[in-house]
Design a protein around this ligand. Structure first.
Ligand code: FRU
Length: 496
């Protein structure tokens, strides 16, 4: 399939000019973003200007980690979507690279990356709109490739698309996640069945160019209604963890059940067994949310040196994005490392995140009504407390009169909760979940200018949410018990 002409790696003059125009636009709009930095993230990847959503192409190539993301430079809402590109030596410090992929007659929807013979190959969904008549259009989604030899300049494959059908001709067919096992490349994609249920399709290929449909590896089981399983499964991922197989995806349309599924759309996983000879995935543990926060969607993982890393868009399609007036919108989570214990995936912050600690810990005992006011706009707290008593920690900006987010532990219900107040006029907005610590009973909390991530114990329960404090962080203990806290300020690791 890989004819020299079809995967020509020389950038055309037209592509060069178009990419330069995007860079000029970014450069022109950066001063505004930089001078309006109240919510600008210090160590989370955010767009230089404009809009960001899903992480894409999370990979390692030529001695660096690569991360791409859904990017629209011309507005703080989504538009004709591009792929932006950042790289990192350690999954903590990130550098903005030149724009990777521009839309043509297709939008560059989500996808993934894999190295083949010294070339970084991107596989993504080309999203087009087909006009049916004057008032009606339909989506048309097919899968495209792009290549780079240097990890900087990416060129689209001349024989795109490489996959243009589903077995049932669904028009929702997107977000290819590719991996290699023995001789074959495999790809999973999210789709919607004719009776509007979410499902994941598996294809395989010997060369990344010619793909055969292999099997469906997931669809809601025993589901009579799409409010249980979801009507569309976006951004699927499929990988082995501790000898079992994980189907991770982002279903749309699940109805709330108790404490669960309170966001607009969810992200979670099914555990099972998988047979590479038949492509059959057999579920052994049913769907569960991987993160309980307000803003967590469209995850992508990659494996390096036996470790499985995950990143998500710390956002939601119905999010408020209070940074919009500042010329940008959106943030990634920090990178997490995954392990499987029993039927639960644990997420812990990537080890190298400790590189960000600015000096030694300030170890304090926070009495009832005690306040931590030594933080700047980014910090890490390790909180140790007595789980037989309740906990309530209030987080606000130094100039706020009330909490922007409150972290609680209910010692009777055994639930951790994160209650977010966008502002005085919005009602409380709680996410919560049961926590049964398997070992550590500390809470590790990451604060940035406009986000909070809480890791309970070994990462049995995690919350990721965007929050908007005014000024530096200030934390107070509203509980009756005194708690021990190690406090670190964190250094900048992304461009402002
Ligand atoms: C998920 C998603 C993907 C799609 C992309 C478009 O947030 O809807 O399914 O590829 O965003 O930006």
């Amino acid at each position: 399939f890989v004819t020299a002409q079809a995967c020509d790696l020389t950038e055309t003059d037209a592509d060069k000019t178009a990419k330069a125009a995007v860079e000029t636009n970014i450069t022109n709009n950066r001063p505004f973003v930089i001078s309006n930095s109240r919510y600008r993230q210090v160590y989370h990847v955010s767009p230089p200007v404009g809009w960001m959503n899903d992480p894409n192409g999370f990979s390692f190539f030529k001695d660096k980690y690569h991360l791409f993301y859904q990017f629209y430079p011309y507005d703080t809402s989504t538009g004709n979507i591009h792929w932006a590109h950042v790289t990192s030596p350690d999954l903590v410090a990130w550098t903005q690279e030149p724009i990777a992929l521009l839309p043509g007659d297709e939008q560059i929807f989500s996808g993934s990356a894999i190295e083949k013979d010294g070339t970084l190959v991107l596989m993504y969904t080309a999203h087009k709109t087909e006009k049916i008549n004057d008032t009606f259009s339909l989506a048309n989604e097919t899968q495209y490739l792009a290549f780079s030899n240097d990890g900087v300049v990416f060129n689209k494959y001349k024989n795109n698309p490489v996959i243009s059908f589903t077995p049932d001709n669904s028009r929702d067919f997107r977000d290819p996640k590719v991996w290699k096992h023995e001789n074959y490349y495999y790809v999973v994609m999210g789709t919607q069945t004719a009776n509007k249920l979410g499902k994941v399709l598996l294809y395989r290929s010997l060369d990344l160019g010619f793909w055969e449909y292999f099997n469906e590896i997931g669809q809601p089981q025993n589901v009579t209604s799409n409010t249980i399983g979801g009507y569309m499964w976006e951004c699927p991922d499929f990988f082995e963890l501790s000898g079992r197989f994980i189907l991770l995806m982002s279903p749309q349309g699940m109805a709330e059940v108790g404490d669960r599924y309170h966001n607009q759309f969810q992200t979670g996983y099914i555990i099972g067994n998988f047979d590479y000879t038949t492509g059959k995935f057999t579920e052994t543990a049913s769907f569960q949310e991987i993160d309980y926060g307000h803003d967590f969607y469209a995850t992508q993982t990659m494996e390096k040196d036996g470790k499985r890393y995950l990143i998500a868009w710390m956002g939601s399609w119905d999010g408020q994005f209070q940074e919009r007036p500042d010329g940008w919108a959106g943030s990634m989570t920090i990178i997490r490392e995954l392990t499987l214990v029993g039927d639960r995936i644990l997420m812990k912050p990537v080890d190298a995140i400790t590189n960000l600690r600015d000096g030694q810990a300030n170890n304090i005992t926070l009495e009832q009504n005690g306040v931590i006011d030594t933080l700047n706009k980014s910090g890490e707290l390790i909180v140790t407390f007595d789980l037989t008593q309740n906990l309530s920690l209030k987080f606000q900006g130094a100039s706020d009169t009330q909490s922007v987010v409150t972290l609680g532990w209910d010692s009777i219900a055994k639930k951790v909760s994160l209650d977010r107040n966008y502002n005085a006029t919005t009602p409380t907005n709680v996410r919560q979940g049961e926590w049964n610590p398997i070992n550590s009973t500390s809470l590790r909390i990451f604060l940035d200018s406009s986000s909070i991530e809480v890791f309970c114990g070994e990462g049995e329960v995690v919350f990721s949410s965007r929050v908007y404090p005014t000024g530096a962080w200030r934390v107070s203990n509203l509980a009756a018990q005194s708690v021990s806290v190690s406090v670190y300020n964190l250094k900048r690791s992304v461009a402002i």
